[in-house]
Design a protein around this ligand. Sequence first.
Ligand code: SAM
Ligand code: SF4
Length: 329
Amino acid sequence: MLRDSFGRVATDLRVSLTDKCNLRCTYCMPPEGLDWLPNAKLLTADEIVRLVTIGVERLGITEVRYTGGEPLLRRELPEIVARTAALRPRPQISLTTNGIGLARLAVPLAQTGLDRVNVSLDTLDPGTFKRLAHRDRHDDVIAGLAAAHDAGLRPVKVNAVLMRGVNDHEAVPLLRFCLEQGYELRFIEQMPLDAQHGWSRDGMVTADEILGLLSDAFDLTPDDLEERGSAPAERFLVDGGPARVGVIGSVTRPFCGACDRVRLTADGQVRNCLFAREESDLKTAMRAGASDDELTERWIAAVAGKRAGHGIDDPSFLQPSRPMSAIGG
Ligand code: SAM
Ligand code: SF4
């Protein structure tokens, strides 16, 4: 098992398949993009599957989420999903994506074993999308969402980050849209993870503010708060349910005490937290000939050293040197 010194057990593995992306969301990366990892540094599909297999078969991982960067840019994604679905015990397999390309890939991915998707959508307005993501691809995202729903990848979850003065007036319209379409919306507080270090506490729309905005239009009642467990979203029934909305207060309502996540970067580093300052280099060990036993030991040690919390409120907090797109969101 992947147990840390505070007794938390990691069962949810997030794997970044690439640091590259076809959008440039302001809260994530600068308009000019980043210095992408060279291909030789990226894990190959075989290396990814080898590490995921160790995670599932030896270390108790029960849920595998593929993310990035933009995971749909990785051509081998259907193959990686199929090989993950063949593992025993079979893990739950999910994908976090910006939705571009999902219109074409939703059915093949569902057929190869993908269980669920989270699609990021911050605005209903194509003009705002273009300002926020620096690309004119709003239609592709909407089409990708619909295709995921039609392919049975349900519940389709929508991730939205609100930014003050940019899209914070869209909290209610976004929820209305998701209710109409049968998607489950979750708002995520903006975290200090952008490559340009542009995050500020004042610019962040807090969970309290989001709930205030939604409560003007909807009747929200806490749902399964008792059973929140390790799930980061606090969920609310909308107008008595059954539809729900989630709010992830990563900064103001941290869930570190119940965290069950561990991450593998696109270049094969284990990170025990989004905000970790240390990584454990499984890729170099693997390429130097490490056995599965050795990789297992390294992975266990990497999780054992997980800190109690992200410490964003500590005066000593340092933003991680890698941006979210390189870590895997
Ligand atoms: N490209 C895919 C996407 O956008 O869904 C997957 C990777 S992205 C880094 C994963 C999630 O992280 C997205 O829902 C995105 O909105 C969110 N995200 C990125 N930067 C963030 C930040 N600074 N604070 C909060 N969420 C962020
Ligand atoms: Fe790309 Fe996702 Fe980052 Fe947006 S949030 S720039 S879609 S990796």
